[in-house]
Ligand binder design. Sequence first.
Ligand code: CO
Length: 284
Amino acid sequence: ASIQGARRLNSGQCDIAINWAGGLHHAHKAEAAGFCYVNDIVLAILELLKYHQRVLYIDIDVHHGDGVEEAFYTTNRVMTVSFHRYGDFFPGTGDIKDMGEGEGKGYAVNVPLLNGLDDDSFVEIYKNIMEAVRQRFRPEAVVLQCGADSLAYDKLGTYNTTLRGHGACVKIVKEWGLPLMILGGGGYTIKNVARCWTYETGICLDTELDNELPLNDYYELLGKDHKLHFEAKPDIKNENTREYLEFIQAKCLANLNSLEHAPSVGITDFIVNDFYSHEDIEKH
Ligand code: CO
């Protein structure tokens, strides 16, 4: 389904392709890992690369997107950006210092986060880093892995975010108006996974969904309150202090700024837009 989604994006049959059953980011080329058997994301990105010079991969699952990063670690045609819980946590990779190698140096971005992450901190650092990524890398197509284990109450996750923060990450990228593939991923408190991906399907369709869940076959599985949204845990400490987040963000932005320019993008376009005013250019 992910490969088919990529083909439809390539041929302009759709502008957003969604596969909530995809997003299996831990699978390696010849090894299953972390509940992932086949890395549909890598296969879909390879398909997108047939028609797009630069593809951006973003991963907001609570776990590091190791399989996808590994596949494109040495190329500058795919930038991988993973926001994840880091430090004594599966799969253990995703250090901020891991930035890609060879031609791919600087084209892997890792944003290591800590327990208790809340909506405001998540959206703030995501927005700032993704805007810099957009300007420096200038993607032609985007793949967003929306693992729902980065929500509060997840059985494996350790964040404290709600659908609003998680969904904001989808909305920000959707507003770029680029060919977009939306994928699922992790998520282990099933009733909230269903809530999350329903809400985000609504975001993709520019549709505000009612907070009252309509009667359906799975009504009882969705818990007692029958609401779409849930609130963050009140008693959780956000270990991501302002100082920590500022440090991580500054480091990521400095790494992005050290990239020369988006590969295959005309240097003139780049200078006009990023460094100098038009007057400066005319003077020279
Ligand atoms: Co996960």
